[in-house]
Each structure stands twice: as structure tokens, then as C-alpha cells.
Design a protein around this ligand. Sequence first.
Ligand SMILES: Cc1ncc(C[n+]2csc(CCOP(=O)(O)OP(=O)(O)O)c2C)c(N)n1
Ligand SMILES: [Mg+2]
Length: 579
Amino acid sequence: MELMSGGDILIRALHDAGVEHLLGYPGGAALHIYDAIFRQDKVKHILVRHEQAAVHAADGFARSTGKVGAVLVTSGPGATNAITGIATAYMDSIPLVVISGQVAQEKIGEDAFQETDMMGISRPIVKHSFMVKRQEDIAETIAKAFYIASSGRPGPVVVDIPKDVTAPEIKVPYKFPAKVKIRSYQPTTKGHSGQIKRAVKELLGAKKPVIYAGGGVIIGEASEQLTRLARMLNVPVTNTLMGLGCYPGTDPQFLGMLGMHGTFEANTAMHHADLILAVGARFDDRVTNTPSKFCPEATIIHIDVDPASISKTIPADIPIVGSCAVVLDDIIEQVEASGKKPDKNALDNWWKQIDEWRARHGLYTASRYGESGGSLIKPQDVIKMLHKITNGDAYVCSDVGQHQMFAAQYYLFDKPRRWINSGGLGTMGFGLPSALGVKMAHPQADVAVVTGEGSIQMCIQELSSCTQHQLPVKIITLNNQALGMVKQWQDMQYGSRYSHILYEDSLPDFIKLAEAYGHVGMKVTSYDELESKMRECFAMKDRTVFMDIYVDPSEHVYPMQVAPNGTMKDLWLSKTERT
Ligand SMILES: Cc1ncc(C[n+]2csc(CCOP(=O)(O)OP(=O)(O)O)c2C)c(N)n1
Ligand SMILES: [Mg+2]
């Protein structure tokens, strides 16, 4: 058996776990590992400019591929800089393995240089964490970390490695386990057959059903099954922010997103439904509005791989723990075997009612916005243009704010894994670095960052990583000259008292900034030039382009659920119109 140092073992184990790209940033406690990276060419290291960005980039890679993203940071500030990225991945159940260097074991607890308790600091925001204390344990720990990160409900796993464990002098045999088995951790994949039988009966008998599908459908690779079932039963489908793309966004059975900025028809249909099939969704407060008023007439079937998600905020009538794909397969099989069809009359009436709601306030059918040319650009029109120019087939990475909601509403995602955004934590700064990870995985694809002039400044240093690693992405900045989403809340709930959401004259010249990093900058101020400039931007396949698009600063995101104490269907439809 080959004898290897801890550093070499770690990199070999990463390779054996399937890692091709390692996102990272070096420092003292990780130096032995960096030296091991230097000695090989199987795992490619991508140097970023900030550890937060390393984690977001690995996260974008994971969201767009379904594989585990891998990160390497040093101890102390390297580790703490990674925390926001880890929390972002944790909230959205994204599989990551984050390796942090640690001070040597003999120094732990002594307030050594760059010592921080990474295990303790990250504990509430990881699926699991390990500290490796012996060279002999590295390979097996890495195998376990990848297995835990990617199985069941995925999530980030931290592996903290003290410096002495990777030292070059100590060599031990290398062995990567062919299979991982952890007795205390065995996620359920198959749903309970009795519960599935009950669910099938309810689905066939429902008169006003809605499928409410979340990110778990994408993560669980169940989009195909979900689409099949919905079509078989002619049931309307709505998606959470995280679920967009799991059911085709341009399909007539799609009602759009639900929740705080969901469509009128999706939220109203949910409120009046007699049956809700929730799949891989967690009844987040941005969906339910007031929990006690949530869907008063509905029987709720809830499919989720994580038992802790079920009945956490809204009690489920028929809970089914299992992998979304496996459970949906079983449901489809039983519906077919039953030889029964859903109640056609009832469903016709339900669809008639839904079409009336759609006609009253349809986001996608009636363009209520600009397209008239000339004056101020409406942000919604920028997203529609992006959809047109990229044929609805781009990877769209977003930051957090109004621009994120406009992208979610108006870029109709037909495929899973195309919409990359921080839904649970809502992390400004996620967009650009996540796009690097997406571009790394899909070099031929169009990768767009839909961002705001606020969010882009939170990780803008990554423009330099785009240059170094030749990762050309297209930055579509909806520049409303303000922290727009906060401004909208201040407009609606604080009498337009704009507390600290304006930059006065301090915004940088983004064109010059992009050029300083070696990229192309473009400023767009009128609708007339939007299409030609955006076409030009996407035609430059091998360049990162920063489009600084000035949009109407007074625009709000609608619909918006009325809070507090509102139901799902209590919505502002415009600045003056309420349901
Ligand atoms: C790291 C972080 N800090 C603060 C917030 C709170 N927040 C949510 S949206 C927003 C404004 C975002 O401004 P911008 O990026 O310009 O987007 P816009 O809403 O104007 O489209 C803020 C400050 C956040 N989500 N993340
Ligand atoms: Mg803004």
C-alpha cells in the first residue's frame, strides 16, 4: 500500500470522491494542503478573492449540476469568512463539503494565531461536521462527508483539519472506502405504502386541487415525475421561489410562483383549494403568510425526504417521508393501476375559475409594462428581454432584492437547475460568485447574473476571478439607484421615510470598474437601446460583460401579500389596488 502524507491523502480522497474543482483561498493552517495541491494535477484549484465567494461558487456549481461542491479555506478569518456561504447553502439544502484548516492540535484552545472554533461557530448551520485528528482518518472522513452532504436532505458538511494532521513528514497508507455506511444515519427513500394509498384516493377525488412544489423536487431529481403526475391528473401547479423550473414555466398548467410575491392566481387558488399536494416544499413564512389562516379548506398531503420538515409550521393530513422521485413514482403507478380518472366536471369548473383569476391579473399574458419605448426602463421589461435573447435557456444567478423577484416572476424557467438564487437566507452578494461556479460547470452555456447596484457591490471583487479563470458571465444590473426592496417596504409601511437606502453620489462608475478588471462595460438608459445592447452583450461569448441598466426607481414588486395577519390571497396588486 502506498504511503502518503495527510495533505496528499486529502487531495487524493477529494479526487476519489469525484471532485474536479476545488474553490478556495490559502493561508497558514492550510499550507501543507496547498503544497499537496501543487504536487498534482487531478483536482483543479480555483482561487477566488474572498472565502464567502468560494462557498457561493461551489454552491452555484452544486445547484446547477446536482453534484457536491467542494471548498478549502484556512483557519480563523478564512473560516469565518466562509460562514455566510455555509449558512446560505444550509438554508437551501445544498450539498457542500467545506474543508477548513485548523491550528495544530497541541495549540487548540490556546488562542493561537488564527485560531477560531470552526466546529462551534458553524454547528447551527451545517448538516454535520467533523474534526480529523489522525492522518489515517482523512480518507474515510472525506468519503463520509460527501455521502452525508449529498444523501437524504442535502446540506453543507464542514471538515476541520488541524495543521499537524496534514504535515508532510508523517506518512500513512492510503485507502478510500468503496462504500460508506453510517449506522446512525439512514435516510428514508421509500414512502409509507398506506399513506401513499390515502394520497392517491384524495388526488383522484379532489375537486379543487393544487400542486405546491418546492426546491426539494429539483434537488431530489423529481421534476419529470412531478410534471407527469400533474399532466395525468390535470392539476394546476405552483412553485416556490426555490422550485422554479421543476415544472415548465411556460406551460398553461403553471400558475406561477406563490407566496409573498407570487401571482394572484397561484395565491388565490391555494387559498380556495380543497387539496394541496406539497412536494419538497417547507411551508416557509414567505409562502404561507399567516399560518393560522393558511388554506382553510384544504386537505394537505406533504411529501418530504426530511421528517423534521413535515408538520413543522403547517400540520399535514397525509405526511409521506421519502425521496420525492421515489414517492411520486409510486403515486403515479397507483393512479394508473387504479384505472380511475379524476372528476372531470369538477376540474373543468376549477380551471374555469382559475382562468378568471388569471384574466383579472395575469403576470405573463398581459404586458402591463413599458415596451412602449423611449422613456424610463421598467425592470420587468429587462427580464422579459433577457428571456427573449437567451431563448429562456440561460442559467440565471440572482442576488437579493426587487431584481430577484422580477427575475423569478418574469424569466419563465422551463428546466430545473437554471434558477440559482439564495431563497432561504436571502444573501446579497450571492449572485456573481455563484455564477462563477455555474460557468465552471457549464462552459458553453449563457450564464447571467441578475443583480442590483446594491448587491453586486457585496462580492464585486470576484470580477477579478472571472478574469483569471476565464469564466465569462453576463452581469445584468437593474440599477434603481437604491436598496430597492428596503425602499419598497419603507414606502409601504414606513410612510416613505427613506432611512439609509440611498447612496447619494457615491455609486461607482460601473463601466470603468468593469474595464479596470479587463471586462466590457455597457450603460443602458432607455428602452430603445435595451435589445440591441443586450444582444451585443450575449454575442461576446468569451467576455464578461457588465450591463449597468438604469431602471425606473419608483417601481415596486407586485403582487405583494398583505402583512401582518393576511391570508395568502390578501394581496396588493399595484400601489393602489388591493384584493
Ligand atoms: C447581506 C444582506 N444584507 C442585507 C440584506 C437586506 N436586503 C434585502 S434586499 C436589500 C436591497 C438590495 O438592493 P439591490 O441589490 O440594489 O436590489 P434592489 O432591491 O434595488 O433590486 C437589502 C439591503 C440582505 N438580504 N442581505
Ligand atoms: Mg437597487
